[in-house]
Design a protein around this ligand. Structure first.
Ligand code: APR
Ligand code: ZN
Ligand code: ZN
Length: 365
């Protein structure tokens, strides 16, 4: 079977034939139908998320269960599933308090690139091939822990369902689960890419009055309007903080979301806020990056600076719910999928994302 493998950091991904083992106890074999191309995959290529290579990239995907290992109770062959890239262990402190997004075990396994027992399911000429976050969706088939295989309704096309597996969950969840945006609020979203557009539509869903989208690419800003932005700022042309003040009666916004992963824009999100406002960092900056914030403002302006990982998801509840919202006409998925590719065109798909040409690129199998 074919998979897109990163062999060396900063190098193109190669589509090669790999071997896949049968699922072990508690694991599920999935035939992937579609996989979204997310900036986090690029973070791995750039070593901003330093994971062991060779590794099969892709963590946003959907498909059909082909086979299940011993003891699997959550799904059966034929089920449609969306992949969750944070398979909760159920046993660690954070799982006990129902913060599955913070599962310690899932975080450690993601860094190892292996499955729960510490071994890999993929290999190439006898050498281990790792999986991104226990998923590895840029592959015709993949084996994942059953906690990663979230059963979904069958009346949503799998290429659209794939999108909720990362970008939609992360963006909408940042608004609904983490910030808990109140109706009538003002919201700034810095970075209107695949995830940022979902923060924007999450804010619209939450009833925000002003949704101010910030990007460097005009095409992204017009997409942002489609997803519910009421104001747009091209950060190449205008000062972001000054413009936000102008749009909010010189108060600043009540909520700001950083959806890029850069220290400068994280500080910008904080600086866009009015006193008592909340900034949520969605973007993943390199592990050693530091953010500079004025110290006096911390007590004197009483803002909240927080972050969100996977939209603070409870995947078994939230992923199916997002698809219900889509079917109810309240969530846009079709508009996100701007271009589809064959697996062999994966590097082109990454380039289109870097060039700002797509909302979300989708690999179709
Ligand atoms: N100011 C404003 N917008 C910017 C800036 C900047 N300085 N730099 C980049 N952008 C815009 C890009 O033009 C693009 O539209 O940010 C957007 C990033 O979008 P994508 O490349 O599609 O990335 P996405 O998949 O949305 O991921 C964004 O969220 O989950 C994390 O790991 C992910 O860190 C990544 C971030
Ligand atoms: Zn992602
Ligand atoms: Zn856990």
């Amino acid at each position: 079977m074919k998979a897109a493998v990163l062999f060396e950091y900063e190098q193109p991904v190669q589509t090669v034939d790999v071997e896949l083992m049968d699922p072990k106890p508690g694991e599920v074999l999935i035939k992937i139908a579609a996989a979204g191309v997310c900036h986090s995959d690029l973070h791995v290529i750039k070593a901003d998320l330093p994971l062991p290579v060779p590794i099969i990239l892709g963590h946003e995907g959907a498909g059909v269960v082909e086979a299940v290992g011993e003891g699997v109770t959550r799904v059966q062959p034929g089920d449609h599933v969306v992949l969750s890239w944070v398979p909760e262990c159920g046993e660690c402190y954070f799982c006990k308090i129902s913060r599955y997004d913070m599962c310690d075990t899932a975080a450690a396994l993601a860094i190892s690139g292996a499955q729960r027992d510490g071994t890999t399911r993929f290999s190439l000429n006898g050498e281990d091939v790792h999986q991104f976050s226990m998923t590895g969706t840029f592959a015709e088939y993949t084996t994942v822990p059953q906690e990663s295989a979230i059963p979904i309704r069958k009346d949503v096309p799998l290429e659209l369902a794939a999108l909720v597996g990362c970008g939609v969950m992360t963006g909408v969840g940042a608004v609904i689960n983490t910030a808990k945006v109140r109706p009538g609020s003002s919201v700034v979203v810095i970075g209107a890419g695949g995830v940022g557009l979902n923060v924007i539509q999450g804010a619209a869903l939450a009833g925000a009055e002003k949704i101010i989208a910030v990007d460097l690419v005009d095409g992204k800003l017009s997409l942002a309007r489609t997803f519910g932005a009421t104001h747009t700022i091209n950060a190449k042309e205008k000062d972001v903080v000054m413009s936000v003040l102008d749009y909010t009666d010189q108060l600043g916004a009540e909520y700001a979301f950083e959806v890029i992963g850069r220290p400068e824009t994280i500080a910008q999100a904080y600086n866009c806020l009015r006193k008592t406002g909340t900034a949520v960092v969605v973007g993943v900056a390199p592990p050693n990056a530091e953010v500079s914030i004025n110290a006096f403002s911390i007590p004197s302006q009483a803002k909240t600076l927080t972050g969100t990982w996977y939209g603070q998801a409870n995947p078994r509840v939230d992923l199916p719910r997002l698809l219900d919202l889509y079917k109810a006409g309240k969530l846009k998925l079709d508009e996100l999928m701007s271009k589809s590719y064959d697996l062999s065109q994966i590097n082109e798909a990454f380039q289109d994302m870097v060039d700002g040409k797509v909302a979300r690129g989708i690999i179709k199998f």
